[in-house]
Design a protein around this ligand. Sequence first.
Ligand SMILES: [Zn+2]
Length: 176
Amino acid sequence: MSLLPIVHYPGTVLLSVAEPVGDDDFDGDLAILVENMFDTMADAGGVGLAAPQVGVSRRLFVMDTPETDERPRERHVLINPEIVSVEGEQTGDEGCLSFPGLFQTVTREMRVIARAQNINGEQVEIDVQDLAARCILHETDHCDGIVFLDRMTPLKRQFAKRKIKQLQKTGKWNQN
Ligand SMILES: [Zn+2]
């Protein structure tokens, strides 16, 4: 198991549109990257982690949301993810491994159908709700250089930016 360093906001790679994973890129190196991303996410206590967050500007992410009374566990790698359709709305606290210590209210869609490639390059479609839907939207945003700060209301964003300044002063955020 090998843990990857997580890039913290405002790392440039987090604010850049990531490149698609090409057909020739489905090899052992990609499998190792994905495995390391799953380990890094679990170690950091996250439910989603996108490649740009570990400094790799590629369109892929891993997710692992826990089982609840109503929903199954959703553990997937989504490569070249695309949101096919969305439905409903949910408002709740959201965090991000690139913003350690910051949690803020974000409104997202309640249900998401997404299409992506799996680790073997095969097309898969997944249909999820609640936290897993929030996670897919959040992580797909990372592939587009969008961070959850961009999804907050202006007032919440103002609060969040003030909090980020405090968190950065603690020295626990890397500067890049
Ligand atoms: Zn994030």
